[in-house]
Design a protein around this ligand. Structure first.
Ligand code: ADP
Ligand code: MG
Length: 731
């Protein structure tokens, strides 16, 4: 057969896979090679300029123009020593991807002299043409221009591609009127708010703490498949996932991929992208196979959240680019294949002080125990109070296929904390008001630290079903989708935590004012918070249907559709939270809500079109060809004088094919109608809901079901699309 499918399959077997990647040098010899770290900056800057850079990198003062010029000169000298010719502001618009606009150092003076130039102005601020980035009506209402502004807390780096080397300057991206048009601006604000509230609460325990950083260690899951095979699947090319395809005879039921040997070709790809990542200062640490065939994971050492987010965005770019060199395709989609596990991006999150303490690590002394309990219980309360927003922060067309599917965290927000800490919280909850005086000491002498190994044991099998699990010294926010920009969930989580800590301090201070001892006031408030938020704690199997019922009884939300879950962003609660903490204005919230709905609509719209095309122009014609063959065969058998029994099976297949084709056709027609109807609705939220309910839910599964049935009966040589076994097992 002459289809792309068979060319691709043949090419794999002709093209054995050992693409020798170079063996990586020791990581330390290349780590940060392409980053303008403070250490590197020291060699290129005057004392004064260096000091200014350090202060602003640590989130202190803004850089003034004069210093800006000096820093820019130093950066340029460093970049030129590495043969860089261009620079770009690197930012993360609301498309969820990263964006760049390259400018050359080369310029002409007014008298025509050619020089290489990079001034402070070019470093600090730029005006890219913003008109093609999503703005949810912001630009229409305000200004057609936006600008990018340097974020000195994330160091500049050099991106090496086949086209050359570019100096990249991490920036925020805002509209001319000040509204943020990116994911970094609100994140930086949230991290600031968190810093302030957390430091205030830390003062109860340790006056030396003057800065608290939220830390993030993401675990990136992804699929890798052969590019030839991927290119023979229009659905993968256009939507990042398979819209049809029957499960292979062998799937993940043997669990033989997980922690098995990494296939050689993928291994070469990993070494290659790891090397690029190390040069850019991304501290990748682990790599392994995931549960599903062709699925893998990598994770770095955790970092300060803003930097960690930039590194994750960069890594996804690097991986996609490096994969091409290996003739591989990386899929970051949350659910590329039905029936096998989807991909997430677990966000491991904690808080760390400038005195070197992890605030979510249980302490060894009564004092540090109390500090731990304070932050631990505040985190639980934050998730309880803002569960709806957290759910919204991970909502996307892709993640919708994963959440609540049988291997992924459900759409119900709940927290797993393990047996030991459950016991501790129960004990605290049971004490009555004044009891604390006599008993708090006993409680705090509990060696919480020692209880942790037990928790860790629990974890390995049980927390896998929880969307938000405590794992000994951090929370693991598992519901985040693999293609997401972590800035969005991290903005919501850290703002919720900032707000909760702020209120905690108000309550404790009020009790102290009535004459309560500080420790007692803290314990009483912790107790109150446990009572108020314990409904979100759940230790059982989050995948079970019983949990959904139980969650309903507890009054926890379980919103499966993306458009409905996004309502949380424009709720009164969100408005209060984000406005009072200065993270978003009301306009920004509304704009974001609109952008997310728009993106959802577009994705489902594209999927619907591609699905319609696939079945109409590839699947049905293939099935008809086979049906014709069968009919010829039947005719010949009949003419030769064979009795009906001789072609009974053929007739049955012919009939079945017609049946499936009819159902598919009817549904494609009605899906198109549903799309038209959805497009005609003026209200964008209602359009999105219509796409969810009537385009997607009503049609996708049904069309797929019958197409997949055809796959099981149609002659393999008439089947033009690579099958799951080829996608998942051939490389
Ligand atoms: P596990 O594999 O059990 O989930 P790991 O220790 O391997 O746990 O950690 C997974 C991720 O969590 C890594 O990216 C790691 O850097 C990150 N991590 C560990 N400690 C913290 C922390 N205090 N804050 C944020 N992330 C952390
Ligand atoms: Mg983990």
């Amino acid at each position: 057969m002459d289809s792309l499918r068979f060319h691709a399959v043949k090419k794999i077997s002709l093209n054995p896979t050992h693409q020798e990647g170079e063996y990586a040098e020791r990581v330390t010899s290349i780590f940060n090679e392409n980053v303008f770290t403070l250490e590197t900056a020291r060699n290129y800057l005057s004392d004064e300029a260096f000091k200014s850079l350090v202060t602003s990198a640590k989130g202190g003062k803004k850089v003034d123009r004069n210093m800006g010029n000096q820093i820019a000169l130093g950066m340029k000298a460093w970049a030129e020593s590495k043969n860089v010719t261009h620079y770009t502001h690197w930012f993360q618009p609301l498309t969820g991807l990263s964006a760049e606009k390259h400018d050359s150092f080369f310029t002409l003076k007014s008298d025509g002299t050619a020089i290489e130039e990079f001034e402070g102005n070019a470093l600090i601020q730029q005006e890219p043409d913003a008109s093609s980035f999503p703005s949810g009506g912001l630009r229409a209402t305000f200004e057609a221009r936006g600008y990018t502004a340097w974020d000195p807390s994330s160091p500049a780096f050099i991106m090496e591609t086949a086209e050359g080397k570019t100096l990249c300057i991490p920036t925020i991206f805002v509209a001319y009127t000040g509204e943020s048009l990116d994911t970094k601006t609100p994140l930086l604000k949230a991290l600031n708010a968190l810093d302030k509230s957390a430091v205030d609460v830390c003062q109860y325990f340790d006056k030396n703490i003057s800065k608290v950083n939220a830390t993030l260690g993401w675990e990136q899951e992804y699929f890798v498949i052969d590019s030839g095979i991927a290119n023979a699947r229009p659905d993968i090319q256009l939507t990042g996932r398979t819209l049809i395809g029957h499960a292979p005879a062998k799937g993940q039921q043997l669990d033989d991929h997980y922690f098995g040997a990494i296939p050689e070709r993928v291994y070469a790809f990993m070494r290659d992208y790891e090397k690029e990542s190390y040069k850019l200062g991304i501290p990748l640490r682990t790599r392994h196979n995931e549960v599903a065939p062709a699925q893998f994971e990598c994770a770095p050492i955790f970092e300060e959240t803003n930097l960690a987010v930039d590194h994750n965005t960069l890594l996804m770019d690097i991986m996609s680019r490096v994969a091409k060199k290996h003739n591989l395709t990386v899929l970051f989609h949350e659910k590329p294949f039905a029936g096998v596990n989807g991909s997430g991006k677990h966000n491991n999150w904690s808080l760390s002080t400038d005195t070197g303490i992890n605030l979510l690590a249980p302490g060894k002394t009564p004092k540090t125990n109390l500090m731990f309990l304070t932050f631990f219980v505040n985190a639980i309360k934050a998730v309880h109070d803002y569960a709806g927003l957290l759910r919204a922060s991970i909502a996307s067309a892709g993640n919708e296929y994963r959440l609540g599917a049988n291997e992924a965290p459900p759409a119900v927000m709940s927290i797993f904390i393990g047996k030991y800490l459950t016991k501790v919280l129960n004990q605290i909850e049971k004490r009555v008001g004044d009891d604390f005086d006599e008993q708090d000491e006993a409680l705090l002498k509990l060696d919480i630290h020692k209880g942790i190994p037990e928790l860790m044991l629990d974890n390995t099998d049980r927390n896998r079903t929880s969307p938000f699990a405590f794992t000994g010294n951090k929370f693991e926010y598992r519901a985040v989708g693999s293609s997401a920009n972590c800035a969005i969930p991290m903005t919501v989580l850290n703002t919720a935590m900032a707000e909760t800590l702020k209120n905690f301090k108000l309550e404790v201070d009020a009790l102290i004012e009535t004459g309560e001892k500080k420790e007692v006031a803290i314990m009483q408030t912790i107790q109150k918070y446990i009572v108020e938020s314990k409904s979100v704690l759940f230790e059982g199997d989050g995948y079970s249907s019983n949990w959904e019922k139980e969650a309903l009884k507890r009054g926890l939300e379980n919103i499966k559709s993306t458009p409905h879950s996004l309502d949380a962003f424009v709720s009164e609660k969100a408005e209060h939270l984000f406005l009072s903490n200065n993270i978003f204005t009301k306009t920004e919230l509304e704009a974001r809500h609109e952008i997310m709905l728009e993106s959802y609509i577009k994705k489902i719209q594209i999927e619907a079109r591609v699905l319609g095309d696939l079945v109409t122009t590839i699947i049905i014609p293939g099935a008809i060809k086979y049906q014709n063959n069968l009919l010829t065969n039947i005719k010949l058998l009949k003419e030769t004088g064979f009795p009906v029994q001789a072609y009974k099976a053929q007739i049955e297949i012919v009939e079945k094919i017609s049946e499936h084709i009819n159902i598919i056709s009817e549904n494609v027609t009605s899906m198109i109608e549903a799309r038209k109807k959805a497009n005609d609705i003026d209200d964008i939220r209602q359009t999105a809901i219509e796409y969810y309910e009537n385009v997607k839910e009503k049609h996708f599964r049904k069309i797929r079901y019958h197409a997949d049935k055809l796959e099981l009966i149609v002659d393999d040589s008439f089947w033009a699309l690579p099958k799951y076994r080829e996608l998942l097992f051939m490389r």
